[in-house]
Design a protein around this ligand. Structure first.
Ligand SMILES: [Zn+2]
Length: 235
């Protein structure tokens, strides 16, 4: 038995972190194993009932190509990630491939203020919200030892620069999970359902997720939480 498993076994019976079920449980890796290529990082293991666990498998796989697209291929390992993870998933998922291939040409203003005509992928809010909610629920249980109530509102937002976030919030406890993923979190000491999370994927793109009051704040903030991703045709 590995160290992590021993530690978890010592905690006694634990419910499904998503729905609270106490039967038909299985180990669930968080973040999901399918998101990693090559050497796997040290993973968090939580418990999930089999219905919850299997409900996420399509989402987990479909999220991978979007992770790649958002990260670009600027670093060798991001390129490897695209090749090793996204390509096989797209090969076996024709619908997803068609959705990603159905790019519209659109003029956008890039970060240097220049107009460029690029292919635009419409990013699926519903998928992203499901993926983020699930990730937050698992990490919430892992860090705070209680289940985030089912009715708690959850919202996500893309963040251009995570350092700006920390400048306004102060440093949050965090955990580096390897090249693909790390996360930071804070919980309101007076309102347990109100928590804030920051995720870094492939060291390239940043998301923040709020629950409860933090979700309301995100939804009210100026920055739109919807984005369109673009693929640079020159890359
Ligand atoms: Zn469940």
């Amino acid at each position: 038995m590995g160290e992590a498993k021993k530690k978890m076994a010592a905690l006694g019976p634990r419910p499904c972190v998503y729905c609270g079920a106490t039967e038909n449980l299985t180990d669930e890796h968080c973040p999901p194993k399918v998101w990693f290529a090559g050497r796997k990082p040290r993973m968090i293991i939580v418990r999930a009932c089999r219905p919850c666990n299997s409900a996420f498998s399509t989402d987990d796989a479909e999220f991978v190509p979007y992770l790649s697209i958002l990260a670009g291929a600027g670093e060798p390992y991001r390129y490897d990630y695209w090749r090793q993870k996204s390509v096989p998933i797209l090969r076996s998922n024709r619908k997803l491939l068609a959705r990603l291939g159905d790019m519209k040409r659109r003029d956008i203003v890039d970060e240097k203020g220049q107009i460029r005509n690029v292919g635009v992928v419409d990013f699926p809010d519903a998928l992203f919200l499901r993926v983020m909610s699930r990730l937050v629920r698992a990490l919430y249980f892992f860090n705070y030892r209680s289940i985030l109530p089912a009715e708690t509102q959850i919202a996500y937002q893309f963040v251009p620069d995570i350092r700006a976030l920390f400048a306004t919030r102060g440093l949050a406890p965090g955990r580096q999970m390897g090249e693909t993923f790390s996360y930071f979190h804070q919980r309101d000491p007076e309102d347990a359902t109100s928590s804030w999370w920051a995720f870094v994927f492939l060291k390239a793109h940043f998301w923040q997720v709020g629950t409860g009051r933090e979700a309301e704040k995100l939804l009210q903030s100026e920055t739109p939480h919807r984005i369109i991703g673009f693929v640079d045709p020159s890359s």
